[in-house]
Design a protein around this ligand. Sequence first.
Ligand code: PMP
Length: 400
Amino acid sequence: MPALASRLATLQMPATIGMSIRARALRANGYRVISLALGEPDFATPPDAIDAAHDAALAGHTKYPPIDGTAALKAAVRGKFARENGLEFTDSEVMVGNGGKQILFNALMATLEPGDEVVIPAPYWASYPVITQLLGGVPVHPECPEALDFSLTPEALEAAITPRTKWVILNFPNNPTGATCSHEQLRAYASVLERHPEIWVLCDEIYEHLIYDGPAHASLAAVAPHLRDRILTIGGVSKSYAMTGWRIGYGGGPAPLIRAMTTIQSNATSGASTISQAAAVAALEGGAELVQVMRVTYRRRRNLVVSALRAMRGITCAMPHGAFYAYPGIAACIGRTSAGGRLIETDEDFALALIEEQHVAVVQGGAFGMSPYLRLSVAADDDTLLEACARMSVFCDGLR
Ligand code: PMP
């Protein structure tokens, strides 16, 4: 076979997808598998967004889009940033891509030189370090311990910064821990970042609408306007409007960075689907009702799952304040043997034994940079969640 690129050596299939594949294989063998592995809303896309896509297609909006987004969606994104985040952007300061993931990719590709460091507090969304490494960068992971509600101290941020640091990535509410961030914390991060004017800051706020308690969401760029010329704020419609498959995300930041990211995107994908962009306009401008329903529903499910987890033998669970995951600790299960005879030495061993013996798919914390933990998505109906917890409880009771 002709050779593959050496950069593939650092690239793996995300553990979330690996677990979903195992779940599908067991299902094909007739097992009733419950998968809480993926981060995907179980709600339907708002009908108005689907109508807008249909109308756009029939109206002939089926040609190549402007690379950085349609005029209508860029206006809707600017409106959203102004209304919800207190951030005024001009047209040259926002862009649309194929999901928040492409915006992140554009930003890192437009800025990273080989060996540049990217500060990614752990636990983290697994794509940050993978994309960093793919582009020749080096991830640096200060820890956000459970004892601090999975938050990053300003001291830990400062200690992670070196002369090679190019980016700091902040993600609130956080995937996988659900940690949120107060104004005071943001201000403390800002005073660290003030001392390092050569560093870009990426604020991934894709879960901003899914906050259940604690402080309301705030954007660093609004709390620290003097840092705005180096902050890129990322959002999208995947999580807030149950539109993962439409592939629309957006970013707001300084015009020179957005211009560079647009150049990358023009050579990679030529921009996002015009039809999806029309749907995203409708979601951003009229989707508040779904957001409200999802918030109430996820909060109830979070409470359900966290109390069930806390009642399990050997499991601890901090309360996630946002996003739609729980991140229970399993330290007391390490070193034990499952009812099926599997030795649990790591959180991956736990996750693998759980799917084989109780047919519940979750993802090991190691995939998000902090062990021994598990990530469970609560984006499933109550009965499914209760059944998953019941099976997990049987699994924990069986540990010897
Ligand atoms: N940021 C975080 C923290 C995420 O969890 C995800 C989705 N898993 C994304 C960004 C990207 O989502 P999308 O590409 O669907 O917009």
